[in-house]
Design a protein around this ligand. Structure first.
Ligand SMILES: Cc1cc2nc3c(=O)[nH]c(=O)nc-3n(C[C@H](O)[C@H](O)[C@H](O)COP(=O)(O)OP(=O)(O)OC[C@H]3O[C@@H](n4cnc5c(N)ncnc54)[C@H](O)[C@@H]3O)c2cc1C
Length: 272
């Protein structure tokens, strides 16, 4: 039978101890600070205090795989070795962020590790790895069944040295968060390609790009889950001022199709 690696077993023990010493006793503090916050999408002081402790304890960026171990302070963990750690962190909804292991940043960081240029890594990956900023992943659209990436309709057009995006997304985790600075956006850059699996591209869009509009926060199955909160977001730009970076270093866009968790959209929800 497969055994967890010694590194995983060690992390399981130290993570469990950290949860008992620092996370569970602070659940009420977190709730109180969130309740009292002027801006429910800003960071909470308890979060930053716990992040500093976790980093000092070496419990940081645990999601990084062995192939990308140069981006973390451990040897890298396979999915199998990371799974029990995710399970331990997941016992408190907000705790993965304490260890810089929160979705969607983990997946977004992996995309930047694999496909980012050096400049893109410096600008976005380094602050993400340090936990200074956060990111969102924007694929799901209100008007199509978005569990199938071939249905995605947001258009990505190249005009000169710029990428022009038009479309709407929703259920974008973390988009409302003040510290969220960058979106990875999936759309279609080659909608007429005979192979419908080669029509898609993902681009990096800084959140402050003109034309990016956070339409409104959404609830999840009727619950408000600020500050994580999912957003309905519009990418609207016919004026050529959307400057988005391709996630690949090649001039020709590299196309990726991501699998998303399949869940039903809330009944009766509208397109906004
Ligand atoms: C808490 C939460 C966080 C989320 N975070 C993000 C995020 O950060 N970024 C993002 O882009 N999205 C996010 N989403 C959205 C999520 O990824 C989508 O809801 C999911 O991919 C399903 O897409 P959909 O809602 O369009 O449902 P649909 O694709 O319409 O699917 C609904 C149901 O129909 C089924 N179905 C669909 N097509 C077919 C078919 N052809 N044949 C048979 N059955 C089919 C599906 O299996 C499913 O059961 C989030 C959702 C939730 C609830």
């Amino acid at each position: 039978m497969y055994q967890f690696s010694p590194q995983s077993i060690e992390f399981q023990a130290s993570l469990t101890a950290f949860m008992e010493q620092h996370i569970y006793p602070n659940e009420s503090t977190y709730a109180e600070q969130l309740h009292a916050a002027d801006n429910r999408f800003d960071y909470l002081p308890i979060m930053d205090a716990l992040k500093a402790r976790a980093r000092a304890a070496g419990l940081w960026n645990l999601f990084v795989a062995p192939d990308h171990a140069e981006f973390c302070d451990h040897d890298g963990l396979s999915n199998f070795d990371y799974a029990p750690l995710a399970e331990i962190m997941g016992r408190v909804l907000w705790s993965p962020e304490v260890f810089n292991c929160n979705a969607p940043d983990t997946g977004n960081m992996e995309v930047l590790m694999k496909y980012g240029t050096e400049a893109q890594r410096q600008q976005w990956l380094t602050p993400l790895l340090n936990g200074d900023i956060r990111s969102s992943y924007a694929m799901t659209e209100p008007q199509v069944a978005s569990s199938d990436a071939t249905n995605i309709e947001l258009s990505i057009r190249r005009e000169g040295d710029q990428w022009v995006l038009n479309g709407r997304k929703w259920f974008i985790t973390g988009a409302m968060y003040e510290r969220c600075k960058i979106f990875i956006v999936m759309g279609k850059s080659d909608p007429d390609n005979a192979n419908r699996h080669l029509q898609q591209t993902q681009v990096l869009v800084p959140k402050d790009t003109p034309g990016v509009e956070l339409v409104r926060p959404l609830t999840t199955l009727g619950y408000d889950d600020a500050p994580i909160r999912h957003s309905s977001t519009r990418f609207l730009n016919n004026h050529r001022n959307t400057r988005a970076m391709n996630t690949d270093s090649q001039a020709k866009p590299r196309r990726l199709v991501f699998a998303r968790p399949v869940v039903s959209a809330p009944a009766g929800s509208s397109g906004r």
